[in-house]
Design a protein around this ligand. Structure first.
Ligand SMILES: Nc1ncnc2c1ncn2[C@@H]1O[C@H](COP(=O)(O)OP(=O)(O)OP(=O)(O)O)[C@@H](O)[C@H]1O
Length: 360
């Protein structure tokens, strides 16, 4: 065993500094710390790959004692409990939902999916917005169709390194548009189960907007690990977002956080922010429900342009400040899931308060 006598002390120090970095309790970070022959290991149950260098610097700069041992940071995302049977190869399914239509749920779903991927997770996206599938347009492959070698299972489409499936790849939009609720829910469940997903840490599901029977049935039938609710700061949208939160609570799906979209518009010329759809609504809704606000995104032409052009913002402009805001939301989402959910097989139980990752 490496440094046998000192190893407990070293692990305790790694745990303390990691807790400080993420503003967590020492007892939360302790199980993440281990050792191997040539040094210490930090195995995180959430993804934040872009932060590893900063975390490593923080550990090195604040290490007390003689030499800093070699530290390896890795992540391994567990499968968390859900109300229904898991889908083959899929560790966690996260719904992106909105009470009201047109608030930017699909744009958020796709950008969050790429952001999680850039943070080191393996991610796929399922477009369950049966009456208005927009993921194929946003991925730029609306005329593609999944292939099948046995006429029973489908290979998901692969666009920009992201696996995806959507009703939009399978049937003409006008056909799905007339399906009744039960048929629509069955179709989503069927696509979910019959797609040959590779091993995924997260499958992001773009839900149909609203909180009616269809959404409720889907929330029950799909083994959701958690949900993210998207809203604009407008009173009307917030009232519907509240209904969305209650819907997930009713079916015991934990809401992992809120996203406020179209929060403000910033003038390119003078930099002034205008709060077109009101101000602070997302924050107060999050506070009232004890949920984290994972991110607040401006009304920005780039978001619309990349969605329309089928070139995901995070791929086309990964260095843009907006892309970093999506990655920050993705990190907070991944961390919050790790802190608030129970691991599916009952091993390595981790609990704590929902918080975002601190920017250092
Ligand atoms: N923050 C934003 N800034 C600018 N445009 C945005 C933003 N968010 C979304 N949009 C644009 O608004 C339109 C609606 O967005 P999107 O399709 O993501 O919403 P939705 O809530 O999924 O809609 P639906 O209810 O139809 O499913 C799209 O044209 C999208 O590009």
């Amino acid at each position: 065993m490496f440094f046998s006598r000192k190893s407990n002390k070293l692990r305790a120090q790694l745990s303390r500094l990691t807790a400080e970095y993420f503003s967590l309790k020492h007892s939360v970070t302790e199980p993440w710390c281990g050792e191997r022959e040539d040094g210490l290991t930090l195995l995180l149950p959430f993804c934040c790959q872009t932060q590893h260098p900063a975390l490593l610097s923080y550990l090195r700069d604040n290490w007390e004692g003689d030499d800093v041992p070699p530290i390896t940071i890795e992540h391994q995302i567990p499968s968390y409990e859900a109300q229904a049977e898991p889908v083959t190869n899929v560790r966690n399914i996260i719904a992106v939902a909105s009470g009201k239509g047109g608030v930017g749920k699909s744009s958020t779903a796709i950008n969050l999916a790429f952001a999680l991927q850039q943070e080191g997770a393996s991610v796929g996206i399922l477009d369950a917005d049966i009456y208005g599938p927009s993921i194929p347009i946003m991925l730029g492959n609306k005329d593609a169709h999944p292939s099948s070698s046995d006429n029973k299972h489908m290979q998901p489409l692969d666009a920009w390194g992201m696996v995806a499936n959507s009703i939009g790849y399978l049937v003409p939009e006008e056909d799905a548009a007339v399906w009744r609720g039960p048929m629509a829910s069955r179709a989503v469940k069927q696509i979910l189960d019959e797609t040959l997903w590779p091993v995924l840490d997260y499958l992001i599901v773009d839900m149909p907007p609203g909180t009616g029977d269809i959404q409720l049935t889907m929330a029950q039938q799909v083994p959701l690990t958690g949900a993210v609710v998207v809203s604009t700061p407008q009173d009307l949208a917030l009232a519907d977002a509240r209904k969305g939160i209650s819907m997930f609570e009713k079916v015991n799906v934990p809401v992992l956080g809120l996203i406020e979209n179209m929060s403000y518009f910033q003038c390119n010329a003078c930099g002034e922010k205008s709060y077109i759809f009101s101000h602070g609504g997302g924050e107060s809704l999050a506070e009232r429900h004890g949920l984290p606000l994972l991110g607040a995104f401006p009304l920005d032409m780039k978001i619309r342009e990349h969605a329309d052009a089928g070139s995901p913002l995070l791929i086309a402009e990964p260095e843009d400040a907006l892309s970093e805001t999506y990655r920050s939301a993705a990190r907070a989402l991944s961390l919050n899931l790790a802190l608030s959910a129970s691991v599916r097989d009952g091993q390595g139980h981790i609990r704590g308060n929902p918080i975002g990752i601190q920017q250092r």
